[in-house]
Design a protein around this ligand. Structure first.
Ligand code: F6P
Length: 328
């Protein structure tokens, strides 16, 4: 769609919230205002689009939100948007508000919905990657990942204190539905003994041997970071396979859970979200559509929704290897 034909845009957040989403909303609203566009915020993502929960957003409406976690637009995982009837209702509301294009902030499910919808109703979308999991192809980092990793590292630091005091073995589960990014970065950043992620083979016998050897050479406590999506059933599953043989280390399981989704975004997330939100509007005005914006080697790129939702982003082998070398 040509720049001069875009006068009104809508922005929404969808799927799991991620710290920094507010900074992205702010950047979209302010960049749009600077370009004399009218912006509507849709509450609760696709759910609000279906129910017609639209509100006009001006420059001042996004004041004082850059530092806040969560999303002021609120969010939801919409089952109704997966149905043709739900999407038809959403399309009616976009038409009623005269919306020319949408900016969708979220993860894989959000972009999948955007792709299907924009093909059905010919409405341009730009996706902004917002998910703590960092599992989207086409961008080195997603909004919220850095904050989540910092939160997880802070938690592991605390668990280390008690693990050390009692000579215990802890399995700490971090989020990542299908992805080990949070686990890998948390393990490296907290100096964990080992990290178990869905993207790499886990040999339980090798893990037991390492833990026994560690103990024999005077490493009396261990913290193992496990990704939620690990195929053995997360931290509880792995612990169950080990606990009888290593009962002397009194294995414990800690699930950090949704703590990782909240809190003030880090500086990295604020800047990333501001850049992605700003360039999402710019790219829309340059005529791009149905792409996700991303950052690769510190440059802004776009990636078609089709690729972004189907291609797998894998943690770098070298990083996985380094984590194990640094844990010796
Ligand atoms: O996608 C982000 C994420 O936090 C995943 O890491 C996790 O598996 C999932 O969302 C949890 O979703 P919900 O908050 O809907 O339970």
């Amino acid at each position: 769609m040509k720049r001069e034909n875009i006068r009104r845009i809508a922005v929404f957040t969808s799927g799991g919230d991620a710290p920094g989403m507010n900074a992205a909303v702010r950047a979209v609203v302010r960049t749009a205002a600077w370009n004399k566009l009218h912006v509507y915020g849709i509450e609760r993502g696709y759910e609000g689009m279906i129910d017609g929960h639209f509100k006009r957003m001006e420059r001042r409406d996004v004041a004082n939100i850059i530092q806040r976690g969560g999303t002021v637009l609120r969010t939801a995982r919409s089952m109704r948007f997966m149905t043709p009837e739900g999407r038809a209702m959403a399309a009616d509301h976009l038409k009623a508000y005269d919306i020319d294009a949408c900016i969708a902030i979220g993860g894989n499910g959000t972009f999948t919905g955007a792709k299907v919808f924009s093909e059905e109703y010919d409405i341009p979308f730009i996706g902004v990657p917002g998910t703590i999991d960092n599992d989207l192809y086409g961008t080195d980092y997603t909004i919220g990942f850095d904050t989540a990793v910092n939160t997880a590292i802070e938690a592991v630091d605390k668990i280390r204190d008690t693990a050390d005091s009692h000579n215990r073995l802890f399995f700490v589960e971090v989020m990542g539905r299908h992805s080990g990014y949070i686990a890998l970065h948390t393990a490296i950043g907290s100096g964990a003994s080992s990290v178990l992620i869905p993207e790499a083979e886990t040999n339980i016998e090798d893990l037991k041997t390492v833990l026994r050897k560690n103990k024999a050479r005077g490493k009396l406590f261990s913290v193992i970071v496990v990704a939620e999506g690990h195929h053995l059933g997360g931290a509880a599953g792995v612990s169950a396979l080990i606990k009888d043989e290593l009962a002397s280390m009194e294995p414990k399981v800690t699930v950090i859970g949704h703590l990782q989704r909240g809190g003030a975004p880090t500086a990295l997330d604020r800047v990333l979200a501001s850049r992605l939100g700003h360039h999402a509007v710019n790219r829309l005005l340059e005529g791009e559509e149905n792409v996700a914006i991303g950052i690769v080697n510190d440059n802004i790129f776009t990636c078609p929704f089709e690729e972004s939702i189907t291609k797998q982003k894998q943690p770098r082998e070298a990083l996985i290897r380094m984590a194990s070398i640094l844990a010796i």
